[in-house]
Design a protein around this ligand. Structure first.
Ligand code: SF4
Length: 528
């Protein structure tokens, strides 16, 4: 579905802001690839681009790939921007640059929907999801593309059903320059973890696309050149378990038909481990990774943050169960909780060793607006607005103690020997359980072989020859090479390199201790 009945033509420039450096965007892996420059195509902005009237020319610029130029701004009549809190400074910077060309600028997406007052300079604020506010914005721009005299706030009251969503305009993005492909099946989550803004923003009753839409989107992604890994960005893939079970047979069929060209990944709550019928179908659909917000191995802390659903199975048992279906667990971890004690860091490192999870995003607690956590801390006068800090939370333990504990955890957890030992465990006990998929013509194509050779050359040279952890690398790599597992070697080496490099810098204070924190020293860095 698209906005219809608009005769006027407007030229729209969609600009996606640059990310601040973050653990979860894998930027240290990019130099090992054959030209990757950004993490994932942004769903929201590409969805809006697809929803605009069919006769409106749209240019899409991801500033993680290249900056919007003077020529782009001169071409446009209106600029659309979208992003998360972490991109706030960059979004305001895009607005400033667009205004230099006297263009009207509209902002939508999760950050402005939660905090409209973060964006005082924008001409239009689009709060909420695709819906009547979007239609109103399009109608106003059609009538008059000039900057309005004062800021206009448009709030979605009636949302467009996800079954009516158009396929995001993937064709506008340079998909081959992304580390992962992205796709969305559902929105919202039935749980209410204290720190999370998803239920407040998108509701507790997940909204869904149809399986047929997802199959059509996968076809489109493939046509656009996406192969490799595709990430379901749903807040919780099993937020509606029946819907997940409805979708999975379609994914299995699609993978069989296309020769398993895509490795799938998603986010889901750890209680998925109690659902063997879902896990089995996910294995058949070639899901290889699940991101689980484990948050903490401490049961008291889970209870305090209303994440009791993580205790439906013992955590380590849950991780092993998921691994037994060939899926690697990626885990979110939070430090700085009220329940943390001086020994929390050591307990966390013990958990990392026991769980054998290679990739954990370890962040300091950050209170997001419109969450129960924010409200509780505000009542207790424990929110701190100070850009020199790594978190806006006044921790119960001393701030320096919490930050130092985080730095130590990063340093130890991602020391090359420890990290590669965890990956070796995954090779033996997780990857070994994956579906054995046929070699596709696409994999045997010269373009794919060339891509693999470029990545291998980069990995061998930059890690195997020049790298200071080359001995650890070769200990892992040589058996992989003997088994002919080139793809497995490339994917582990790239991710591991990012984790090692990021953690090294983080442990000496060069990176934020919270993916959500926005520090002014990193403000407004347009893509070079
Ligand atoms: S389960 Fe995940 S998405 Fe759902 S409320 Fe908790 S943290 Fe948010």
């Amino acid at each position: 579905m698209r906005a219809e009945g608009i005769a006027t033509v407007r030229r729209i420039l969609c600009v996606f802001p640059r990310y601040t450096s973050s653990f979860g965007t894998f930027e240290y892996a990019y130099p090992l690839t054959d030209g990757v420059q950004a993490f994932m195509p942004p769903q929201g902005l590409l969805l809006i681009a697809a929803y605009l009237p069919a006769n409106w020319p749209v240019r899409f610029i991801d500033e993680n790939i290249r900056p919007a130029t003077a020529e782009d701004f001169q071409w446009a009549e209106v600029v659309l921007v979208s992003g998360m809190h972490i991109q706030r400074q960059q979004m305001n910077d895009i607005c400033r640059r667009a205004h230099a060309f006297d263009l009207a600028v509209a902002i939508g997406g999760p950050s402005v929907s939660a905090c409209p007052d973060y964006y005082p300079a924008f001409d239009y604020l689009h709060v909420g999801e695709l819906g009547d506010a979007t239609d109103e914005l399009i109608a106003r721009l059609a009538r008059d593309p000039a900057r309005p005299a004062q800021q206009v706030l448009l709030k979605t009251a009636e949302r467009v059903a996800m079954t009516e969503f158009p396929i995001p305009a993937y064709e506008l993005a340079e998909v081959k320059k992304y580390f992962l492909g992205s796709i969305q099946y559902s929105s919202g989550c039935p749980y209410q973890c204290e720190f999370c803004d998803i239920p407040g923003l998108y509701g507790r009753n997940p909204r869904l696309k149809s399986p047929q839409q997802i199959v059509a989107e996968l076809d489109r992604l493939l046509e656009c050149g996406v192969t490799g890994s595709v990430y379901f960005v749903d807040d919780n893939f099993i937020g509606n378990r029946k819907a997940a079970l409805d979708l999975l047979p379609h994914l299995v069929e699609w993978q069989k038909k296309t020769g398993y060209v895509m490795r799938l990944a998603c986010e889901a709550t750890l209680n998925i481990a109690k659902r063997p019928e879902i896990l089995e179908k996910m294995r058949e659909a070639f899901f290889v990774t699940i991101f689980c917000g484990i948050e903490t191995p401490d049961p008291d802390a889970l209870k305090a943050m209303q994440k009791d659903h993580n205790m439906m199975v013992p955590i380590l048992e849950g991780v092993r169960t998921i691994n037994s279906y060939g899926m690697e667990v990626v885990s979110g971890i939070i430090m700085g909780l009220d329940t943390d004690k001086p020994e929390t860091g050591d307990a966390l490192l013990a958990f990392v060793d026991e769980s054998r999870i290679p990739l954990l995003t370890i962040n300091l607690l950050q209170a997001l607006p419109q969450t129960p956590l924010w409200d509780r801390l505000a009542r207790a006068n424990r929110l701190i607005d100070d850009d020199s800090r790594d978190s806006n939370v006044d921790f119960l333990l001393p701030y320096d103690q919490v930050v130092n504990s985080w730095k130590k955890c990063m340093e130890v957890a991602f020391a090359p020997e420890r990290l590669y030992a965890r990956y070796q465990h995954q090779v033996d006990y997780t990857y070994a359980n994956r579906l054995k998929v046929p070699v596709t013509p696409e994999q045997k194509s010269w373009a794919n072989i060339r891509r693999g050779l470029i990545m291998l050359r980069n990995i061998f040279w930059k890690i195997g020859v020049l790298g200071d952890y080359r001995k650890v690398f070769w200990k892992f790599a040589l058996p992989r090479l003997r088994h002919g597992d080139i793809e497995g070697l490339i994917s582990v080496a790239m991710i591991a390199h990012h984790l090692i490099m990021f953690a090294r810098l983080a442990s000496v204070g060069h990176h934020n201790a919270s993916n959500y924190s926005i520090r002014l020293r990193e403000a407004s860095v347009p893509a070079e």
